[in-house]
Design a protein. Structure first.
Lengths: 177, 177
């Protein structure tokens, strides 16, 4: 951030009074502009013991497989976002289960939250997807999973075997999200 | 947002190509500026069956009691943020337990995440706090709890009785967060 989104003037970086972190502060209107982590929401959707993955048609990680996931939007819940991403990326409707994985992607300033889901429709190929398919645990292309957070979620999903064992937490600090 | 934070020019609101939501787009450098929900992290810290609450010295909800909580910062994990907020607001060190509550505060564009914790230090009064104290379940000032998300977390905390029963999810859409 170089300019104030409220008035268009320049910003300077300093610690506001009563704060303990450097923020962008407008040199004219004095508004403090905060930057905070973003939420990525995803869903491991199952049908007959197999889970739904999408092969990405966009960068980053073009051609790699992913659990349907993306940035949470204003106006929706975490669960709503997970269902929306599944619909957008795999044209699939899910009945959501429970929150089962949380990955802190610290270097990217992101928190990734994953729900379990039950596939209750056909599936297809959304705009950001080359191909969608169902995989049993043995069939998962582990070396071609796009993101480490998704790989963690898939591993924990199969370990849980359908039980709600609370939220599995994982932290990523350096490698690509 | 009225001005581009990258170049200071005006922005217009329209749906970018390949997107399905209106975003602020710079009229000059064409950067798309996204707005997404923020994460609030909190901790219910226990000692000898009592939980730590802080009476707020700031608005909103000045004078009301709250679970230590605040906006997650870049560079930290959800758990790290929950511990930091407890340190800042109650000058208390906690050993964190598990994630046990998630509240979608949809109207505020926030996701509130709560950890259990065990108080392993004395506590005191941070800058945003008038008074800190330990409360048993019977002593909680339920009518003077600052935020509905914190009230939900406290209720579920006592219902769980120390067990990890997964994450309790709650949705708030209209009333103040």
């Amino acid at each position: 951030m170089k300019f104030c989104s409220n008035c268009g003037c320049t910003v300077s970086y300093r610690v506001p009074e009563g704060d303990n972190r450097e923020r962008a502060i407008c040199d004219s209107c004095n508004i403090v502009h905060y930057r905070n982590p973003l939420v990525v929401v995803g869903c491991v959707a199952e049908q007959d013991g197999k889970v739904l993955l999408c092969k990405r048609s966009i960068e980053p990680r073009y051609g790699y497989w992913t659990v349907p996931a993306g940035f949470m939007e204003l106006g929706e819940t975490v669960a709503g976002g997970a269902a929306r991403e599944t619909l957008e990326e795999a044209l699939a409707t899910v009945e959501l289960g429970h929150l089962f994985a949380m990955v802190d992607v610290v270097h990217a300033g992101q928190v990734h939250l994953f729900y379990t889901g039950r596939l209750i429709s056909d599936f297809g190929v959304g705009e950001e997807t080359l191909e969608s398919a169902l995989f049993s645990e043995d069939e998962i292309p582990w070396d071609d999973i796009a993101f480490q957070s998704g790989k963690f979620a898939l591993k924990k999903y199969f370990e849980d075997r359908g039980k709600n064992r609370g939220v599995h937490v994982h932290e990523l600090r350096r490698s690509p999200s």
